[in-house]
Design a protein around this ligand. Structure first.
Ligand code: ADP
Length: 275
């Protein structure tokens, strides 16, 4: 009888604890939703006037300004672009965190995607005098089904960083087929550079938000400090995990593997003239 009383009492205590935990979880979720909504509203509100500022700065710069004004206008344009990128990054993180980021399943050509990235970054590579190469394993099926937009975003962020933190060195993008089974292709991607590298004690924290040495617009290398946060989250929602290896003054390697369904070459539909 005594044992039964003790058991009932401990069950009651457990139930109370569970209720408390559920309430605390609900409270935390509400707070998190409120934060997401607040950030989203503020960011959207800031974006509209910023677009106007950027547009006007661009127009004034096109209008052959006086030399004395040129410097101020360029500074205005730089700051405007920085803030726009910053706001876009915050909105992107918010979208992923609030699980509003939709994952697409589109039939796409990986070779084409990589070539597009290469041509859009050519200028930056030659500005930094970097030897930029991109290799695609011929075993990877030409067409894959997945989210090409998010994959481009991940690779663009990583390659941009590699080019930014490497001067007169090598930047390599490698893609390899890991496994091909049951119409599923696991593709390995690596962005490797021979740049400044990352100190060992920072290898974990570079993926945290605002994880640069200094915060703000006056950073030596520019950037918002949110790029790798977005990369890690995007790789995660696509079913992979980002890995980083780096040695100071030798270089860095960011790699990840993603699953895709094997796609098909789209059939071209010839348009017949209406007779
Ligand atoms: P951002 O580049 O905007 O500062 P990121 O989140 O992309 O922000 O990167 C965070 C930090 O990680 C960078 O500021 C830099 O210190 C370090 N980092 C990222 N990529 C590289 C790289 N390829 N080589 C050296 N350092 C890097």
């Amino acid at each position: 009888y005594k044992n039964n009383i003790i058991r009932t009492r401990s069950n009651q205590l457990l139930e109370e604890k569970n209720k408390e935990l559920i309430l605390a979880k609900e409270k935390a979720e509400k707070a998190s939703n409120a934060r997401t909504e607040f950030l989203s509203t503020v960011s959207h509100e800031l974006r509209t006037p910023l677009n106007a500022i950027n547009g006007i700065a661009h127009l004034l710069l096109e209008d052959k300004p006086k030399k004395s004004q040129m410097h101020y206008l360029e500074s205005l344009q730089f700051s405007g672009n920085y803030l726009t990128n910053f706001i876009n990054d915050i909105l992107e993180i918010n979208k992923i965190d609030s699980k509003k980021a939709e994952i697409e399943n589109i039939n796409f050509n990986l070779k084409q995607l990589l070539e597009n990235i290469q041509s859009s970054l050519k200028e930056l590579a030659s500005d930094n005098k970097n030897d930029f190469s991109l290799t695609i394993d011929s075993d990877i099926p030409d067409y894959l089904i997945g989210d090409p937009t998010k994959l481009s975003q991940i690779l663009m962020n990583l390659i941009n960083n590699a080019l930014k933190f490497t001067h007169e060195g090598k930047v390599m993008v490698i893609s390899k087929l890991d496994t091909l089974k049951d119409e599923q292709a696991f593709v390995y991607f690596e962005v490797k550079d021979s740049g400044i590298g990352i100190p060992e004690d920072k290898l974990e924290t570079v993926f945290d938000s605002f994880s640069q040495g200094s915060v703000g617009i006056n950073r030596k290398y520019g950037g918002t400090g949110l790029g790798l946060t977005i990369v890690k989250k995007l790789v995660g929602i696509l079913g992979g995990e980002i890995k980083l290896e780096s040695v100071v003054n030798i270089g860095s390697s960011f790699s990840f593997e993603l699953p895709f369904k094997v796609g098909e070459k789209p059939i071209k539909v010839e348009k017949k003239p209406i007779t």
